[in-house]
Design a protein around this ligand. Sequence first.
Ligand code: ADP
Length: 493
Amino acid sequence: MPDSFRFDRLFIGGEWVEPLDGGVRPSIDPATGAPWGDVAWGGERDVDRAVAAAKEAFEGPWRKIPPWERAALLRKFADLYATRVDALAEIETRDNGRAVRESRGDIGMHAQYYHWFASLADKLGGRTIPMDDSVHAFTTRHPVGVVGAITPWNVPLMAAAWKLGAALAAGCTVVLKPAEQTPASSLALARLFDEAGFPPGVVNVVPGDGPVAGARLVAHPDVAKISFTGEGATAKTILKTGADTLTRCTFELGGKAPHIIFADADLDQAINAATGSAWALCGQSCALGSRVLVERPVYDRVVEAFRERAGRVRVGMPLDPATHMGPQAHRQQLDKTLSYVAIGRGEGAELVTGGARIDRDGLADGYFVEPTVFAGVSAAMRIAQEEIFGPVAALIPFDGEEEAIAIANATPYGLAAGLWSGDTGRAHRVAARIEAGMVWVNTYRYIRWSTPYGGVKASGWGRENGLEGLDPFLETKTTIVSTTGTFPDPFAS
Ligand code: ADP
């Protein structure tokens, strides 16, 4: 195995160190169900070491470096990242099974995220606040301190880019804990930070179990903030664990995004977007349009188009560039998806196509599942309410704007939504009333460094990316200076 594919050390304080607690664990390739590499596994003492290193770096070199030099380092890192896209994509694909054509496309954009954050690093000024002549009032902005970044298995490097880019630009230091199922790419990322010349301890990477390493990171008194992407249930645990230390949290949680197709839409384009976003990442992204709401006059056409497109999805080995859709990222996710297929059938939804594990030659040991379409879905069904995270599209018919909005808002989630209509007024009317952090009109899943991303309701707290993406990593200090230096004696009379 080439050295670039060795992941059996943790990255702490600028050193590659053996775990004190956890040892080394195999990482499973979901396309084969077999281990593909050994990954260092940290426990509580490793997290403690990493936090100590991050704290030392925060209080030492990182705080003293002028912001334009932080920016320059981030840019250097971004340029390096851009040269390693293929290797990073391969590592991520081996860990989570995402079709490499998708991994490359996604990871190919990450350098721009780091450049965007670099461009903000030296522009974090405050405001002067108009009062009266007796005072000069102004604000300054300061990094919160050590950040714990806890990332999920579906998009480990993207989540790391959003969290680390913003945290480092703000002047924080970071301990990154990737998900159990996909730790390798984060250690590959650590190599790039090392190579780019970041001071020791500014970035530390410790894979490990969520309830052990993750929980220790949350509970650690020297961690000022947790930036988390994952499940709502885990976020609630994190809030409780972090309560004693009043740890600040931002959460990117689940979604059940409505993708609304009105009868007056450009149907070909809408179907491109809706089918693409049903099966991208094998259905494993919270912003995908897993609920497709279709106005009744075009409902049958859209169902038929989904059936036809499902037949064209090339499911296969994810490292094959021809493959459209790889396996589910791990065994539990495969079981979860199949269980929801059974739930949908039990609820009376019509299984139009798919729904089974793929056991053809070469794929039988991996966690492959067919692109799946349910029609005749009603808003109250569990397959329309709960996040499946598999390649399962639930097609829900509706009549008119009011019903579309009611169905769109009738889940606990509020991450993203899409709508297709040829009527500009309608597009604005409906977009304004959808409860979601992001609404895409006549496009879908347009996600970029400069556009804020995040949810309302059960989909999370806070925003990543955009100018807003730095706010959670900064504190505002207000300074008020008297121009007179006089202060009345309160007891004079
Ligand atoms: P999923 O079910 O999609 O794997 P999770 O919310 O369980 O989502 O995992 C997302 C991230 O949260 C992973 O890095 C995981 O290790 C971490 N995690 C899980 N449990 C905890 C916990 N109790 N405290 C902190 N982090 C956790």
